[in-house]
Design a protein around this ligand. Sequence first.
Ligand SMILES: CC(=O)[C@@H](O)[C@H](O)COP(=O)(O)O
Length: 259
Amino acid sequence: MDKLSFYGTEISSRLLLGTAQYPSPQVLAEAVRASGAEIVTVSLRRESGRLREGQDFWGLIQGLGCKVLPNTAGCHSVQEAVTTAQMAREVFGTPWVKLEVIGDADTLQPDVFGLVEAAKILSDDGFQVFPYTTADLVAAEKLLEAGCQVLMPWGAPIGTGMGLNDVYALRSLRAHFPDVPLVVDAGIGRPSHAAEAMELGYDAILLNTAVSKAGDPVGMARAFGKAIEAGREGFLAVPIEPRDMAAPSTPVFGRATFG
Ligand SMILES: CC(=O)[C@@H](O)[C@H](O)COP(=O)(O)O
């Protein structure tokens, strides 16, 4: 069986979906269902707690029947991220937290120094931390030492949809930490980007903008669900290595000769 677990919780869908910026709560709910996602991430800071129609946002999220991964999106300091995580634990009643400590306002690049510090504080306090990080090997090592059992390197800056900006770094990270669940988080724009990450051996994908801002978010959510499954199956089936020399795919032996 091809199993994935985060902090001892077994997961069947390898797509984690963000819940921000959908055209309507209904579209959000339909997109989550179409994607097959079992985990949704929710920002405590961004959501006011009430939707325009007066519907309770948390009620909507709970109605999806998904596991909630609260996130500290928009936090720029260790203190801010730790306080937000503590509030999220109260609201959602889960030790899980997607930890974001943003270091650069333009690229939304994680501050890996602050991230390690916050991860240590939260892990020591009983949190199960999912750190949003770069694909830096040393930062990854320090996050594991801080108590993280999952790593979430970026594919590209949040919201850009550029895909996998540094395939070499992502491949190195996978090779260095074969037993750590690795999730590509952010920057994915198309189903093919997600499939590519899965073919590299990544365990799961977290994405938001590519679905919420698509022309048809529900259709795109479904496409991502399929692409992630296809990428995983392709990885497990062991792809061929690219080669420089051409090699005929049709056997030449026993070929009929004429004349
Ligand atoms: C929702 C969330 O957690 C985002 O901060 C996440 O990193 C996804 O990024 P994209 O919107 O680029 O998919």
